[in-house]
Design a protein around this ligand. Structure first.
Ligand SMILES: NC(=O)c1ccc[n+]([C@@H]2O[C@H](COP(=O)([O-])OP(=O)(O)OC[C@H]3O[C@@H](n4cnc5c(N)ncnc54)[C@H](OP(=O)(O)O)[C@@H]3O)[C@@H](O)[C@H]2O)c1
Length: 352
């Protein structure tokens, strides 16, 4: 028998993170789910999708002010912008608009979960202190993750609800049409290289090939997010969430090549955003020839993000032990995770 006594408002329901969180919530009997995004979705008896532009305060108010039953807000929306400074205003506005609309009417609100990342530690700026810890000092603004957390901390003061913040590394999971999707970037880059008869070349900076880094599986992140949102000890705290193992591309890349039945060749630094820009016709031909699901090239293109990740010629990892000390013990084998997400993309006929 289903006892749906909690209602999750998943903000950013089509995201790499939000979509996988909904998939996890669907495996649990006691959650009703409301998913927000501009694109919306097909509602079912468990998930109600609402199409809303969270940048528009009026639209947000009118579409969300009847959500009186929400007990948990899981915030994982994201607006991309060309510079770090430009990320702040829209991303802070979307969070503010959601909380302004829902908090006053959701009388049973228990928790607001905020999805962050290693930008909190300045990881996007250059070599940062590793392992990064939740207690590390903030860096020079602007930084939207920090402004969002400051907003929640101020808003929570004196309230019955609590907040938590999750800090994953690069998140690996299924998603389409997302600006930050490394898994699909690698898979489509490999498939197109193979189609052109090329070996799989690492396209990043030389120093990036040998640096230490880590990933966060989207399913693991979903389970950790729910854990932090429902464990009293986690109230009003931030947690690094990582797979639990480290790797170097120099070791992982040949394994990825082997998965795609390809040879490797020495790395060659190149901007994927540039060299993949003229490949739409090739993609369309591949979709027809390999009988792939008909997704437009832009839906599988996260090249600028991949360029960013492959440009990290410095160690990129955080200390994940705080979550373990507080009771979240799960880990994921990163090599197996990559192969599983590629299998998933093949099963869905997104890559040959
Ligand atoms: N992806 C990663 O590897 C990664 C790693 C670490 C941290 N993070 C952080 O996690 C958060 C979520 O990232 P993500 O990669 O999951 O993002 P994403 O895949 O780009 O998803 C963003 C979601 O927000 C929705 N959205 C965007 N603008 C909207 C608007 N105006 N109104 C309503 N919905 C809107 C999008 O749906 P529509 O387009 O349909 O509106 C989508 O569902 C970000 O803060 C990001 O920095 C991501």
């Amino acid at each position: 028998m289903q006892t749906q006594n909690k209602t999750a408002l998943v903000v950013g329901a089509n995201g790499v993170i939000g979509g996988n969180l909904i998939d996890h919530l669907l495996t649990l009997d006691d959650w009703h789910i409301v998913g927000l995004s501009r694109r919306g979705g097909v509602s079912t008896d468990r998930v109600t999708y609402i199409s809303v532009d969270l940048l528009d305060p009026q639209d947000t108010q009118s579409k969300l002010s009847n959500l009186t039953g929400v007990t948990h807000i899981f915030y994982a929306a994201f607006q991309d912008r060309p510079s770090w400074a430009e990320l702040v205003a829209p991303n802070l506005a979307m969070l503010t608009n959601v909380v302004d609309a829902v908090e006053p009417v959701a009388r049973e609100l228990q928790h607001i979960s905020l999805m962050q990342g290693y930008k909190v530690y300045g990881a996007h700026l250059g070599p940062f202190k590793t392992p990064a810890r939740e207690s590390d000092a903030n860096h020079m603004p602007p930084e939207f993750n920090i402004d969002q957390q400051d907003f929640l901390e101020r808003r929570q003061a004196g309230k019955a609800w609590s907040w938590s913040a999750l800090r994953p590394s690069v998140v690996i999971g299924y998603g389409l049409g997302n600006p930050m999707n490394l898994a699909i970037s690698i898979a489509v880059y490999a498939a197109m290289s193979k189609e052109l008869g090329l070996p799989l070349r690492f396209p990043g900076k030389p120093g990036a090939y040998d640096s230490l880094l880590e990933m966060t599986d989207a399913g693991l992140l979903a389970r950790a997010t729910l854990w932090a949102a429902t464990t009293p000890e986690c109230a009003n705290q931030a947690y690094n969430i990582t797979n639990g193992d480290l790797f170097r591309w120099s070791e992982m890349w040949p394994k990825i090549a082997a998965y795609f039945d390809m040879e490797t060749a020495p790395p060659l630094p190149m901007s994927l955003a540039t060299v993949m820009d003229d490949k739409e016709d090739l993609w369309n031909r591949m979709v027809a020839e390999h009988d792939l699901a008909a997704h437009p090239y832009r839906a599988v293109s996260s090249w600028a993000f991949a360029d960013g990740v492959f440009g990290w010629d410095y160690d990129f990892f955080a200390d994940g032990s705080k979550a373990r000390r507080h009771g979240f013990y799960e880990f994921v084998d990163t090599e197996a995770m990559f192969m599983a997400v590629f299998d998933n993309l093949r099963d869905r006929k997104i890559i040959p």
